[in-house]
Design a binder for this molecule. Structure first.
Ligand code: MN
Ligand code: MN
Length: 340
């Protein structure tokens, strides 16, 4: 889309209020054809909760998060903490696209997973940074499967998500990290905020035995986010998976698996900012928002949109991201004109 077309679209069709209009993420343009994706950042919804053995409803997560993202307007946000504007360049130049949702095949988990991986491969081959809206946590496995180069996975969660595969029971939100660990391109996994009393001892021991770093709340509070991030490998890109239940129970009424003794919002934000500064973040997801369980003000969806916006804002504010703007623009131009 040319800047003129974009300006015309915005001028003609962008309502001023969050309750009006079509809710794409931050009201960015829809680009539903992944093969023609022309953006630096691609938002992808995965509306499935078939991996939720307990209360369903996180299939409405992408819609809830998009809707509440509209409360931030469409021109980036101002952060008084450092007196600066974030995401303004990306949003004003049409560099963020909303791809819409992956096609879900009800009762066919493997088919849905294939669609997720295929959509993700399309995003990655376009060069855009994927921002994934869940869905329950099962979706992270087919998302991470799409990479074909080494990644380190940083997993925020109250839960270890490392259940063994038994009787074909393997596509749930209790399994994603066991799938991810088995992928040859996944160099390592760091699990943060792990604390649920429902985490089985053998699951935790299996994760540790497989070489994952498991950081419980005591260690987290001891070292804090920045200290932890400084211990991560620097020479390898990082994929980040955020289960909203890593935050304290009181913050996330719209999450079926909320647990006590979790992170404060500031603790999560500081860790995400440190990740954006110290590592190359090549994509992230936010999962387990369930609008059906949320309270009337939709604060869980709101907090999810808030978290995504701030994390993305800091990723796009890093020198390594800004330095490559020209390179990305050139590669988008070559893609659009069909040059190799
Ligand atoms: Mn989880
Ligand atoms: Mn969890």
């Amino acid at each position: 889309m040319t800047p003129e077309e974009l300006a015309r679209l915005k001028g003609a069709m962008t309502p001023s209020y969050p309750f009006a209009g079509v809710p794409t993420f931050l009201r960015v343009p829809i680009q539903s054809d992944v093969s023609r994706l022309d953006a630096d950042v691609a938002v992808l919804g995965i509306p499935t909760d078939e991996g939720s053995p307990f209360l369903p409803g996180s299939r409405f997560g992408p819609r809830g998060i998009r809707e509440h993202s509209l409360r931030f307007g469409s021109r980036g946000y101002y952060d008084g903490r450092d007196d600066r504007q974030y995401l303004d360049f990306e949003l004003e130049n049409g560099l963020v696209a909303d791809l819409g949702d992956v096609d879900v095949l009800p009762t066919n988990a493997e088919g849905t997973w294939d669609n997720i991986t295929e959509a993700m491969r399309g995003v990655l081959s376009s060069g855009a940074l994927p921002v994934v809206l869940g869905g329950d946590h099962a979706i992270s496995a087919p998302v991470v499967r799409a990479w074909d180069r080494p990644v380190h996975v940083v997993h925020f969660d109250a839960h270890i998500d490392y259940s063994p595969f038994r009787h074909g029971f393997m596509y749930t939100n209790t399994h994603p990290m066991r799938h991810i660990r088995a992928m040859p391109h996944v160099a390592s996994i760091t699990q943060l905020g792990i604390r649920s009393l429902r985490n089985g001892m053998t699951d935790v021991h299996d994760s540790l035995g497989d070489g994952n770093r498991v950081i419980a709340m005591e260690e987290y509070r001891d070292v804090m986010g920045r200290g932890l991030v400084e211990q991560l490998p620097r020479d390898i890109p990082v994929y980040v998976s955020i289960d909203i239940d890593v935050l304290d129970m009181a913050l996330v009424p719209g999450c079926v698996s909320a647990e006590p003794d979790g992170l404060t919002y500031n603790e999560l934000r500081e860790t995400l900012i440190a990740l954006s500064e110290h590592t190359e973040v090549v994509g992230f997801d936010l999962v387990e928002v369930n609008p059906l369980l949320d309270i009337g003000t939709g604060i869980t969806s709101y907090l999810a949109a808030h978290t995504i916006m701030e994390f993305l804002g800091h990723i796009c504010a890093q020198p390594r991201w800004i330095e490559r703007r020209q390179e990305r623009a050139e590669s988008r131009r070559r893609r659009a004109t069909g040059e190799a």
